[in-house]
Design a protein around this ligand. Structure first.
Ligand SMILES: [Zn+2]
Length: 136
């Protein structure tokens, strides 16, 4: 799996994800506990938080949906955050890995590597042998 170094714009993306989480954190209810920021190839950044509930949705899903609703299709880098996670960065869950694989497999995802260092990897590399739609 190819790994890409973290850049200053990536650190800014993490900061923006933490900012949207801080602004929407609902202490005592805890429906919004993860933030996400997505940078498009045109430089625009979209931010979101998770929406918990019986069929809740992860911050990555919400944020990709916001970007797509705004007409974006070309994504560069995405990150999900929680203030208590290593480097404040969370790896996408399995459901989000599948969504990223289907929507934007070449998008870079900021994660912690095995030694706790921030790196970027392609979304498609996070889900080997992923389910793919059958083209009829
Ligand atoms: Zn998820």
């Amino acid at each position: 799996m190819e790994r890409y170094p973290i850049t200053d714009p990536d650190r800014e993306l993490i900061r923006l994800a933490l900012e949207v989480l801080e602004k929407n954190f609902d202490d005592g209810v805890y429906n919004h506990t993860v933030g996400c920021a997505l940078r498009c190839k045109n430089g625009k950044v979209y931010k979101g938080v998770n929406c918990d509930g019986i069929h809740g949705s992860c911050a990555e899903y919400i944020t990709v949906g916001i970007a797509i609703s705004a007409g974006e299709r070309d994504f560069d880098t995405i990150v999900a955050v929680h203030e208590k996670a290593t480097n404040c960065v969370l790896s996408p869950c399995g459901n989000c890995r599948q969504m990223l694989f289907e929507y934007c497999p070449d998008t870079l995802v900021i994660v912690n590597d095995e030694s706790g260092q921030l790196v970027k990897v392609k979304a498609c590399d996070l889900l080997p042998f992923a389910w793919q739609p059958v083209m009829c």
